[in-house]
Design a binder for this molecule. Sequence first.
Ligand code: BDR
Ligand code: CA
Length: 312
Amino acid sequence: PRKIIIDTDPGQDDAVAILLALASPELEVMGLTAVAGNVPLDLTQRNARIICQIAGRGDLPVHAGCDRPLARHLVTAEHVHGKTGLDGIRLFEPDAPLAPGHAVDFIIQTLMREAPGTVTLVPIGPLTNIASAFQKAPEVISRVQEIVLMGGAYFEVGNITPAAEFNIYVDPEAAKIVFSSGVPLTVLPLDVTHQALTSRDWIEAMRASGPVGQAIAGWTDFFERYDREKYGSEGAPLHDPCAIAFLLRPELFNGRDVNVEIETQGEFTQGMTVADWWRVSGREPNAHFIRDLDRPGFFALLTERITALDRR
Ligand code: BDR
Ligand code: CA
């Protein structure tokens, strides 16, 4: 199986992403690293442990990481995810304690221990932990196999400001470090995640699956409310599961190799991912930027994996 570290700020859609990964034998999740984002760190690290317990994986190490962006105040998204970040189900105190050691050190130690080019990083929150690891131990950068992240937007522009997507907006300085690191990078922006909209039928299939599916149904019921009221969209966008699905089934996705620069200065555009879709800048591509999704294939994959997890 392919070794991955999921860096996360759960978040209902983060939860579905983590469950999809834990349900997939092709992936070996080495640990979860929590970061401040959708809600503050004390909640995201606890949420990550709750999700592991729901998956029957209380043994998986969850490390707490950075509690604020590199150079800014933390912006959170309770308006989308609720006060806890995981509103929609009855939450509980997880049995497993936090793993000892800072998430940034766990990332560094794992990359130094494993053979070069064998560990993939999957950030589905702000990029603070990953950038901090690259700053603290630049020797790890060349050892990363690949980064597959959820963040950014081009044609779909922004969801936290008119120009910026949440994960990049929260810590643009960190994003800049990651996007200029030279690590092979695949980006799942809003352009694709806004196609990963849940349907009523799918949510009901989840509810019928078992305890894991029921948790997912509770979360998506809650998560859907925001997009329905705000954008009139049918269904909730499963942003973060796109990153895991890409690792499992890249053929469900389509994109281009383009240059992406992170705006950190602009008056109206901080956190914007300036993607050179038409290759007018002459700058070298640094990212595989995804635009299209096979939606039925994506949801079939989720259903297959989650129902299998509920049966075991
Ligand atoms: C991203 O921001 C968070 O609200 C979601 O968990 C996702 O990672 C979407 O913009
Ligand atoms: Ca997230």
